[in-house]
Design a protein around this ligand. Structure first.
Ligand code: MG
Length: 161
């Protein structure tokens, strides 16, 4: 494989792991506020990010390339509100989408077809990753943070499976 692309995929592994780390930090914030449903949603999300990282990990190994893990930054640990958390989730996923799109362009230019096919999976996945927090934020428009509707939202997010 082209060394630039290998490096970029290795960097993406670190980014996916950072995403998981960030969502775990958000889960900790929700736990601290006794919002176990919101925490469940974030822990579920964190597990998905590990899967995203492992899919790239396996791909590089299958292609006979070396996985080189980078340092994971410290994630934010204080948030202003439930809404703030989901806004930051959406913003973060938009940066991940941009990063995946860059990888796809790179793979396309290099005519690395296995990478192109792999990245198509991630492109579809990012549609979902942006849709989920967007839907939660749309519902939150109707909710005041000190209202009982927050408990209902928390119950709904507890159902993520
Ligand atoms: Mg991801």
């Amino acid at each position: 494989m082209d060394k630039k692309l290998v490096k970029a995929i290795n960097d993406q592994i670190t980014k996916e792991l950072f995403s998981g780390y960030l969502y775990l930090s958000m889960a900790a914030y929700f736990e601290d506020r006794n919002l176990s449903g919101c925490s469940h949603w974030m822990k579920f999300q964190a597990k998905e990010e590990l899967e995203h990282a492992m899919k790239f990990f396996g791909f590089l190994c299958d292609r006979g390339e070396k996985v080189e893990l980078g340092a994971i930054d410290k994630p934010a640990s204080t948030f202003k509100s439930i809404k703030d958390v989901f806004e930051q989730t959406l913003e973060h996923e938009k940066t991940v989408t941009a990063s995946i799109n860059n990888l796809y362009s790179m793979a396309t230019k290099l005519e690395d077809n296995p990478s192109v096919v792999l990245l198509q999976w991630y492109i579809n996945e990012q549609v979902e990753e942006e849709k989920n927090p967007t839907e939660i934020l749309a519902k939150m428009q109707y909710i005041k943070e000190d209202s009982s509707a927050v408990i209902l939202l928390d119950k709904e997010l507890a159902k993520r499976a």
